[in-house]
Design a protein around this ligand. Structure first.
Ligand SMILES: Cc1cc2nc3c(=O)[nH]c(=O)nc-3n(C[C@H](O)[C@H](O)[C@H](O)COP(=O)(O)OP(=O)(O)OC[C@H]3O[C@@H](n4cnc5c(N)ncnc54)[C@H](O)[C@@H]3O)c2cc1C
Length: 309
C-alpha cells in the first residue's frame, strides 16, 4: 500500500497542514510519497524530503502549477493516482479545489475532511456542522481523501531523508488562466496555524474596538479571528472568520470575546485545547464549551487581561 500526499505550499513555504496530512497517511499505514506540484518549487521538494516518515518526494516543477489551478493540477494527480492506494490532501482551499476533480477523473467518490482513521478503508468525518461524526467505509479502488488538519497531530518537519524525483507535468490544460490575487498581509501568525487565537464577535460593536483584541493578541503572539456576525457587520475582513463557513482552528488556547457560541461558530473552534469565553450574558451557549468563563463586560475584562500578560 502506497499513499500519495499532495503538498500544500505557495512555492516559497511548505504549509504546516502538509505535516498533519502526512500524519493521517501514517495512520492509514504503508509507504508515503509526497507530490510537490508548483513552479520554482525545488526548495519545497527539499523541505518535503525532510518530513518524518516520507519515503519519496515527486516534484513537478512547471509554470502551469504556479498558482495551483485545479484544471492543471488535477490531471497531474489523477495520472499519478493509479500507482497509489490513497491520495490525500489537506482540506484547505487548494485541496478542496483540486481533489474533487481528481476523484471525478478517477470515477471514485471523495471522502471529505476526515478527522480520524479507523483502518485503511474506514474513516471518521464530521457532518451537520460537526454535530455528528460519520464513520465512512469506502470500497473505492483508489481512496481520494481530504484531511482536516486539526484532526491529526503534525508529524515532525525534520528527521526524514526521502529521495526526491523530478517528474514531468501534464502542463497547461488551457481551460483557465490565473488573473491575480489579493492577499491580506499580517505580521500576526496565520489563523489556522496559530497556537493561540483571540476572536471577537458582534459584542465588539465595531471594527475600531478590535484594537483591544489586536493588542492583547500581539502580547500573546496570537492570531485574531472573528465570528461571522462580526465579519458580516464589516468589523473585520472575512478571512478572519472562524466557523462552519470560515476557518477551522484548534489552537492550544482560544479566547472568544463577545461571541455567543452559535453552533456554526463552535464548528470551527470547539476542538481547541483550552477555550476561554468572555461574555456579559452568563446564559451564552459559548460557556457550555468553555473551560474558563469570564462573565462581564469585555471592555473592562480585555484591558485587565492585557495588563496581566
Ligand atoms: C449556514 C450558516 C453558516 C454560518 N457560519 C458561521 C461561521 O462560519 N462562523 C460564525 O461565527 N457564525 C456562522 N454563522 C452565524 C451564526 O449562526 C451566528 O449568527 C454567529 O456566529 C453569531 O456571531 P456572534 O456570536 O458574534 O454574535 P451574537 O450571537 O449576536 O453574540 C454576541 C455576543 O456578544 C455578547 N456581548 C455583547 N456585548 C458584550 C460586552 N460588552 N461584553 C461582553 N459580551 C458582550 C452578547 O452577550 C452575545 O452573547 C452561520 C450561520 C449560518 C446559517
Amino acid at each position: 500500500m502506497t499513499i500519495l500526499v499532495i503538498a500544500e505550499h505557495n512555492n516559497a513555504v511548505l504549509a504546516a497542514a502538509t505535516l498533519n496530512t502526512v500524519a493521517a497517511a501514517k495512520a492509514i499505514g504503508g509507504d508515503i510519497h509526497v507530490l510537490v506540484a508548483g513552479s520554482g518549487c525545488g526548495a519545497i521538494g527539499e523541505a518535503a524530503a525532510q518530513i518524518e516518515g516520507v519515503a519519496k518526494v515527486l516534484v513537478a516543477d512547471d509554470a502551469a502549477y504556479a498558482n495551483q489551478l485545479p484544471e492543471n493540477v488535477a490531471p497531474l494527480i489523477a495520472g499519478l493516482a493509479k500507482n497509489y492506494s490513497h491520495v490525500l490532501a489537506a482540506a484547505t482551499t487548494n485541496g478542496k479545489n483540486f481533489l474533487p476533480r481528481v476523484a471525478a477523473q478517477l470515477d471514485v467518490d471523495q471522502i471529505s475532511e476526515i478527522i480520524a482513521v479507523e483502518s485503511a478503508d474506514t474513516f471518521k468525518r464530521p457532518i451537520y456542522a460537526g454535530n455528528a461524526i460519520a464513520t465512512v467505509q469506502s470500497s473505492a479502488a483508489i481512496k481520494v481523501i481530504t484531511v482536516r488538519a486539526t484532526g491529526f497531530d503534525a508529524v515532525n518537519a525534520t528527521g526524514g531523508s526521502a529521495a526526491v524525483e523530478r517528474i514531468s507535468g501534464t502542463g497547461d490544460a488551457g481551460k483557465s488562466a490565473f488573473v491575480g490575487e489579493e492577499l491580506a498581509k499580517s505580521d500576526r501568525p496565520e489563523l489556522t496555524a496559530a497556537k493561540i487565537v483571540v476572536s471577537g464577535g458582534r459584542g465588539m460593536q465595531n471594527g475600531e474596538n478590535f484594537k483591544h483584541l489586536y493588542s492583547l493578541a500581539d502580547k500573546l503572539g496570537a492570531a485574531v479571528g472573528a465570528s461571522r456576525a462580526a465579519v458580516d457587520a464589516g468589523f473585520v475582513p472575512n478571512d478572519m472568520q472562524v466557523g462552519q463557513t470560515g476557518k477551522i482552528v484548534a489552537p492550544q488556547l482560544y479566547i472568544a470575546v463577545g461571541i455567543s457560541g452559535a453552533i456554526q461558530h463552535l464548528a470551527g473552534m470547539k476542538d481547541s485545547k483550552v477555550i476561554v469565553a468572555i461574555n456579559k450574558d452568563e446564559e451564552a451557549p459559548i460557556f457550555q464549551v468553555a473551560d474558563y468563563g469570564l462573565v462581564g463586560d469585555l471592555f473592562e475584562i480585555v484591558p485587565e487581561l492585557e495588563k496581566l500578560v
